[in-house]
Ligand binder design. Sequence first.
Ligand code: SAM
Ligand code: SF4
Ligand code: SF4
Length: 364
Amino acid sequence: MNNRVLPLMDARRAAPMPALGKIVGVGIGVDQRGRQMRDLRISITDRCNFRCTYCMPKTVFGRDYPFLPRDELLSFEEIARVARIFVANGVNKIRLTGGEPLLRRNIEHLVEMLAAIPGLELTLTTNGSLLARKARSLRDAGLQRVTVSLDALDDLTFRKMNDVDFPVAQVLEGIAAAADVGLAPLKVNMVVKRSTNDHAILPMARYFRAANASPGHIVRFIEYMDVGSSNGWKLDEVVPSAEVVQLISAELPLIAVDPNYPGEVAERWRYRDGGGEIGVISSVTQAFCASCTRARLSTDGSLYTCLFAQRGHDLRSLLRSGQSDEAVSASLAALWSARNDNYSEQRTAETSALKKVEMSYIGG
Ligand code: SAM
Ligand code: SF4
Ligand code: SF4
């Protein structure tokens, strides 16, 4: 266990692990700020074939970087068990992420196991590099939707940002393949960094509008965030979402749209002419902590209650110590009821400089 991970409970009083039957939740209540637990993000690998400069810069994630050994990763069976426990306790949406989730071998098998859980919305975020090859098998395994990250349409900018010289065309092929097999509505995530890819905002908006890309994909413009401690984040590189909306609306008029559900992270805008919609995610300029219902599970089975946390909680040891599902649920309930995170509401230069968990461990 690394020293930034806290035990979830005393594992010395372990009972034998029961067979996976129907799991009965303990009825997890609200946290210290009145928020329920509704979404779970699961990072299934800490590895990635890209080195996006804002996420896994080569200077830190170089050739000698010590990625996790296999036995430290949660197995598919462990992930499926955790998922069932979370769903029994109120989670209704799970997103697989990473690192690059499509690098995890036999991911389709995991998707199949998770898709069998009733009442669960199952989705995945990917850099799209392997999507053209895998869209069909993921869909067949039961994946419902996919979000593809793409930071520019011009090759020069995109290759520079992924820093492994990966071409835009292959990601676009992945997006087309996902749309073809019905992984829809498809969302495209673009992290906007001033003076790096802000010139790409309008081309992205134009390209993915319904008028051009039938049936149109929802581009979500994400404010560049101070996640982890590796990306050298600076506030003046953040492009506020209000500026993005203003820029697009000047050419393609936009109207604000109500959220799909309370606590939706992306603020929705639709084109006045019926050309579909966009979203903006404003973690820096308009914190949405008040409605944050997310828990995050790292590749090595630590549970984080905030994207910017400095510590996780050791769920893996609990799972591997033979605790019953009810005991794990009770630990989760205790953890959630003590949760008081609101990092984005109190971000300062000092908090930005703290040693926080890396994005590739807990996945966006
Ligand atoms: N590799 C996959 C991908 O890129 O889609 C999944 C993992 S990635 C960590 C998840 C999301 O986090 C991506 O959309 C990525 O653009 C976003 N992200 C990573 N670092 C970020 C940062 N510093 N600020 C804002 N978003 C970031
Ligand atoms: Fe990899 Fe995704 Fe991070 Fe880029 S954003 S380095 S694709 S994990
Ligand atoms: Fe949730 Fe933490 Fe982000 Fe606030 S800063 S919205 S609590 S993940």
